[in-house]
Write a protein that binds this ligand. Structure first.
Ligand code: SF4
Length: 731
């Protein structure tokens, strides 16, 4: 089988060409006249791995190059292509440099900031006055620093008096957050990256680590214990090809598989009694999984009973350290929360938690997804508090100096519910900040319809040509990574700083500055008097965490974080002021965050696929990350010539060669994919890595979400991007 040129580069050695070390694009390539005069550091602004980058500045203070920080405990001198090329999107000639306002003829026209902010305030005020606090919403992101996301959430609710706002973390991490919160009593990923290096068995579930988190795959490669690497994934991904064992699961067959593993472990008495004693619900769970024999789930999982029996022994072997890691294959599911909790249950049953090399570990997606979960003031009240708890509201109001009555007693509608309300005409205005839902939201054609129902759409972004910005009434040009200060929290709960080392172009402003302008124009500036700059806000937010599981009251400020190589939460005031740069995990003492200190074993009957293949739509479509050089909707990565060269120029679909032969589809031919919601034409790539009857599409192209099915996990409201029914035919 010939591999077309546009894909051959993608199929090369798995990580050698994806992970660059100093020397590939390093200072050796910098012309003598640009030899750096100084450096600064910043956490990368793409994924939640949280690599620290060294920014090399010339004598005039201009950034001329980047290299990975060699001593940062996360990336240890490595970065993936996106990190190396982080400067390119900033220099793009099509940055937004001036506010744009749609005129009566429908054209976006440049305006000054006074007009832009005045229009913003007038329109939202009018909607609030006529329709109330539920009639508008913001949609934000895990890509901005936590100081900015907290400012947005507090301004919106406690300043402007609206209720609803959500972030695109709903699209990637809501499932993990909900699962941890229900099981442990707090949204607390228990692990540290060192666990990759200290496990005897590493189970990767729905996670193509080589592509999505290549630096973490390098941490796996550093493991000196010769670990068994087990990949559970419908596709033979790059990671699966490098594993000890690949289990080609039927899509969404995870839940019965994990219940069957629990069945075998309980049947054979391979539990850790001390760990089980720290759980509520053991008897009910044991009774529930009694019926999940390996034989009974062969059909739903596609995995032979003997393989399940063997896997059960491997993940419960006494004395072995077993860690489970999951990403979007679990989270983006119609029953993601229960699937994540089935993994958590296996770790609790076998005592694989709170110890080196163990854990039920969710790897987050965006650079500040963890920050969003704790500080965005959307689902949770800032600092990991609950809106519904009067004592939490009082504490946050006093700490942030906000009127108590300005703190709502309920959380926002979730992302999908906001859009549904917009579709019904109940939400009349949206403020989209640093995200691109007209591309990324599931069943995206629906957004075009509901746009017609919106009286006012504001998009605040670096670029005025994203799918969302193009249809806005008002565009606010924002600074990007490298042009602002703040902090991110990575997957292992490590807080790191980002630094401004250049000015945003033209009239673009930091999101922080835009929020200040709006607060003043709205007339609530006095409530945010102390929110003068990102570090001042960090200290305010820090103080809200007192006595919460995420207590960081022991952090002085940004210098302290830098001095320690990032600081993992918790870091309460009473602890060593300079924690070792290395790693800390949660629950080593077996005490969880529920009242009483026990974890909960939670479970439900597996649900049916929301949209199974049938006669008219006989294929199951899977979506996922395409390459290490592409990020989400490509609004930034597509602006780097180097990153563009490292991935296919256009969308393609992977199809099993047997299916292709049956349908007369050959390598590179154009095919039309159709679902009940839309269609797209792409090139076909014959890939034995997908199973017969399944197709795989990289998610980075705008047409992809015209096909996806709008179903959601009932607990987390996270969209189920990973499985819908489609047809395919040769064009
Ligand atoms: S994108 Fe992720 S893996 Fe790549 S350099 Fe940035 S933080 Fe590291």
């Amino acid at each position: 089988m010939m591999t077309p040129d546009f894909l051959r580069q993608r199929r090369g050695p798995l990580t050698r060409d994806l992970v660059q070390t100093p020397g590939h694009f390093g200072l050796g390539q910098v012309p003598a006249r640009l030899k750096p005069a100084s450096t600064t550091t910043s956490i990368c602004g793409y994924c939640a791995t949280g690599c620290q980058l060294k920014v090399h500045l010339d004598e005039d203070g201009r950034a001329i190059n980047l290299s990975p920080a060699t001593h940062y405990p996360v990336n240890l001198g490595m970065a993936c292509p996106k990190g190396w090329q982080s400067l390119d999107p900033l220099d793009s000639p099509d940055r937004g440099t001036v506010p744009l306002l749609r005129d009566p003829s429908g054209t976006l026209q440049p305006v000054d900031w006074a007009t832009a902010i005045g229009t913003f305030v007038d329109r939202f005020r009018d909607i609030h006055r006529r329709h109330g606090r539920d009639a508008a919403a913001f949609l934000s992101t895990g890509q901005i620093p936590l100081e900015e996301m907290a400012f947005l959430g507090c301004l919106w609710k406690s300043g402007m008096g609206f209720l609803h706002g959500d972030a695109n973390t709903r699209q990637c991490m809501a499932t993990a957050a909900t699962a941890y919160k229900q099981s442990f009593g707090f949204d607390a990923p228990p692990y540290t990256y060192a666990d990759f290096e200290e496990s005897d068995v590493i189970v990767l579930v729905g996670s193509n680590l080589c592509i999505a988190h290549p630096i973490l795959w390098q941490r796996v490669a550093r493991n000196p214990r010769d670990p068994r690497i087990i990949v559970i994934d419908p596709r033979a991904t790059e990671t699966a090809q490098s594993a000890t064992l690949h289990l080609p699961l039927k899509p969404k067959g995870d839940l019965p598989l994990y219940y069957a593993l629990a069945h075998c472990i309980l049947r054979d008495g391979r539990i850790d009694p001390a760990s089980v004693a720290r759980c509520d619900g053991f008897d009910d769970f044991a009774e529930f999984v009694r019926g999940f024999t390996p034989e009974s789930v062969e059909t739903s999982t596609g995995i032979p009973a003997a393989t399940i029996e063997n896997l059960a022994r491997v993940v419960s072997e006494p004395g072995k350290r077993v860690s489970w890691w999951w990403t979007m294959g679990v989270n983006q599911s119609h029953e993601g929360v229960r699937t994540a909790q089935a993994i958590i249950n296996l770790c609790l049953l076998t005592g694989n938690i709170g110890k080196p090399g163990t854990g039920p570990n969710s790897i987050t997606g965006q650079c500040n997804a963890m920050g969003s979960r704790l500080f965005s003031n959307t689902t949770s009240l800032v600092g990991g508090h609950d809106f519904a708890d009067p004592s939490h509201r009082r504490k946050v109001a006093e700490t942030l100096d906000l009127p108590l009555q300005s703190i709502p007693s309920e959380p926002s509608l979730a992302y999908d519910q906001i859009l549904e309300a917009a579709g019904r005409g109940e939400i009349k205005a949206l403020w989209i900040v640093a995200t691109n839902p007209f591309h990324s939201w599931i069943d995206s054609s629906r957004l075009a319809e509901l746009r017609e129902n919106l009286d006012f759409l504001v998009v605040q972004d670096m670029y005025p040509d994203t799918e969302s910005a193009r249809v806005a009434d008002l565009f606010l040009p924002a600074a990007g990574w490298g042009e602002k200060a703040g902090t991110f929290i990575n997957s292992e709960r490590r807080i790191g700083t980002l630094k401004p080392f250049r000015q945003a172009p033209g009239l673009a402003l930091t999101d922080f500055r835009i929020f200040r302008l709006i607060a003043r124009a709205w007339g609530c500036g006095d409530r945010f008097e102390r929110w003068t700059d990102p570090e001042a806000v960090f200290r305010l937010l820090r103080d809200t965490t007192l006595d919460r599981p995420c207590d960081i009251t022991g952090i002085d400020g940004y210098d302290h974080i830098d001095r320690c190589g990032g600081i993992q939460w918790p870091h309460p005031a009473a602890t060593d002021p300079d924690p070792p740069a290395n790693e800390r995990r949660l629950f080593a003492d077996g005490v969880y965050c529920h009242p009483g200190g026990k974890a909960k074993l939670l479970f439900s009957e597996p649900a049916r696929l929301p949209e199974a293949p049938d006669e008219n739509f006989p294929f199951l479509l899977l979506t996922g990350r395409g390459s290490s050089s592409q990020w989400h909707t490509q609004s930034r990565t597509a602006r780097s010539a180097i990153l563009r060269k490292l991935c296919p120029a256009g969308a393609f679909v992977e199809i099993h060669p047997d299916d292709a032969a049956r349908l007369g589809i050959s390598e590179g031919s154009d095919v039309t994919l159709r679902s009940r919601r839309g269609e797209m034409t792409v090139a076909a790539y014959l890939a034995p890595t997908v199973q017969p009857g399944q197709l795989f599409l990289p998610m980075h192209y705008p047409e992809v979400n015209r096909l996806t099915h709008p179903s959601f996990d009932p607990h987390s409201r996270q969209p189920n991007y990973k499985a819908c029914a489609v047809s395919i035919r040769l064009v």
